[in-house]
Design a protein around this ligand. Structure first.
Ligand code: XMP
Length: 513
């Protein structure tokens, strides 16, 4: 694939992937690399520009991440963000110190004044809000640098040495809170790095199809299709590339949402591939019977999934390639440490240990989630699959609190369907990142007609989030909630009470189990 590349050099900041996504949104390919990557390796990537990210450290401490100063003599434009900006200043002879008084420390939305004569701010308003988060302060900027932005509290919010193509900003241009932040990234790329804008999904589709064809030759490919966005897009790409050489095994564990299995099957009917749908509901329910512990449920489903998949794979016989829907965020090796594991996420995707194959192919390895969706559209997958909200591998099993029965699954399926239908009707789906119903294990007394009921409580959950690591509960209008509540209690047997979950993450998680 011949396209220009920008490197995001990761110093452990929290928005590093977002920076890379912004660059790609500007049609320039971008990869995230840890700051420890040897310079020779970075050079071999032949980048047109480098972005130093933010990070939690103080640049003047010996123990903090640094770069090989030779990076500044190589002639590639560099933008430093936050820590990255301070690193440029520190390495090139400026002085960075701890801000002595609170006014020099800046957090959050800050009115900022820009020098629009600087390429980075060219064509943008001369003032606006930027999102700051820095406790350190550039007391002296290095020789050759001009001050290109300031705030009321801080004289040096941005610096530039345009001759050498070095830029630094103390704020975060990649977050939505910074007005015109994306335009600044675009300016860096097109004004500072002379980008050609050669990264498009249409190109990627053609190149990826050609690459898969070349690699696979006349070999056989096997894919575990979960119906989620990633595995569906892999399936569509492989279907285009190798047709009948592809076998998709879609294990329907009976814990999907209403009509979901049929929808997935329908989406692939236009391709001439080997599509195997295994209706394994009773097998899974039998294994899960009586089990209430969330992690046990996940484990049971994961193991049973592998067993079913293995049986089907045996029927297919020897395959040459096992395809997986690995995407770029799973691949990025961070400059920072790993976060604690709160739940063991079971993704019905990767099963390399159990199936006989020669090689793994991962055609989405370079793509972010939004790019995967775009590729899906390019490949002609229906919008309901491509823009689907995340759905956990164990499905409704972790949305039925306590033990699972078919009756409970049917009850939840219907209630969840009504919830989603009304959200879509009200046009609220655009504002939500994930929303679903949970069947709690609590029963309570109600009155319906003249009779007493003793039935289940249903919880509704809806969140807004950009990364699913943190999330806020969504402020769905009361009228919409009211309509949902009335419909569900009237149309779904065994539910007589509905509650709305108003906890954010943290302290709660998005799912209930
Ligand atoms: P939590 O509940 O941890 O969820 O806040 C964060 C995101 O991950 C999804 N999730 C899962 N996905 N297998 C999956 O494939 C799982 O076991 C699982 N548990 C949670 C959840 O739906 C949300 O999008």
């Amino acid at each position: 694939m011949s396209h220009q590349t920008v490197i995001v050099l990761d110093f452990g900041g929290q928005y590093n992937q977002l920076i890379a996504r912004r660059v790609r949104e500007c049609n320039v390919y971008c990869e995230v690399k840890p700051y420890t990557t040897p310079l020779a390796q970075l050079k071999a990537m032949n980048p047109i520009g480098i972005i130093f990210t933010g990070g939690p450290n103080s640049v003047y401490l010996e123990s903090s991440p640094h770069v090989d100063p030779e990076i500044f003599t190589w002639g590639v434009p560099i933008l430093g963000i936050c820590y990255g900006c301070q690193l440029i200043a520190h390495t090139l002879g400026g002085q960075v110190t701890e801000a002595q008084d609170d006014s020099a420390r800046e957090y959050g939305k800050t009115q900022t004044y820009y020098d629009t004569g600087c390429k980075l701010f060219k064509g943008l308003p001369a003032e606006g809000i930027s999102w700051m988060s820095h406790g350190d302060y550039m007391a002296r900027v290095p020789e050759g640098f001009a001050l290109t932005a300031h705030s009321d509290a801080c004289p040096n919010v941005a610096i530039a040495d345009e001759k050498r193509g070095f830029y630094g900003v103390q704020f975060q241009p990649e977050v939505n809170q910074t007005e015109h932040g994306v335009d600044m990234v675009r300016n860096l790329l097109y004004e500072g790095c002379q980008a050609a804008g050669d990264w498009t999904m249409e190109d990627y589709k053609h190149t990826a199809i050609a690459q898969v064809r070349e690699k696979v030759g006349s070999g056989k490919v096997l894919l575990a299709l979960s119906g989620g966005v990633d595995s569906s897009v892999v399936a569509a790409l492989l279907a285009e590339a190798v047709g009948k050489q592809l076998t998709c095994v879609f294990v329907d564990h009976g814990l999907m949402r209403l009509n979901e299995g049929d929808e997935v099957e329908a989406a692939f009917s236009k391709w001439d591939i080997n599509f195997v749908r295994v209706n394994a509901e009773s097998r899974f329910l039998l294994k899960l019977a009586g089990e209430s512990e969330p992690e046990h449920k996940r484990k049971i489903i994961g193991e049973e999934f592998i067993r079913v998949f293995e049986e089907e794979a045996k029927k297919v016989g020897a395959v040459d390639f096992l395809a997986q829907g690995t995407i770029y965020p799973d691949v990025i090796e961070s400059g920072a440490g790993n976060a604690a594991v709160i739940k063991s996420h079971h993704n019905v995707g990767g099963l390399p240990d159990y199936v006989d194959f020669k090689e793994i192919i991962e055609p989405l390895r370079l793509l972010f989630k939004d790019e995967v969706r775009q590729l899906g559209r390019e490949l002609g997958l229906p919008e309901y699959l491509v823009s689907r909200q995340p759905f956990p591998g164990p499905g409704l099993a972790i949305r039925i609190i306590g033990d699972i029965t078919k009756e409970k699954a049917d009850t939840l399926r219907l209630a969840d369907h009504i919830f989603r239908e009304e959200i879509a009707k009200a046009g609220e789906d655009k504002n939500l990142n994930q929303y679903f119903a949970v069947l709690t294990n609590t029963r309570s007394v109600g009155v319906m007609g003249d009779g007493r009921t003793y039935d289940y409580t249903l919880a509704l959950r809806a969140v807004t989030t950009s990364d699913f690591m943190t999330a806020d509960w969504a402020r769905i209008p009361y009228e919409v909630l009211d309509k949902i509540s009335v419909r569900i209690v009237n149309e779904v047997p065994h539910i007589n009470r509905i509650v709305y979950d108003i906890t954010s993450k943290p302290p709660a998680t998005i799912e209930w189990e």
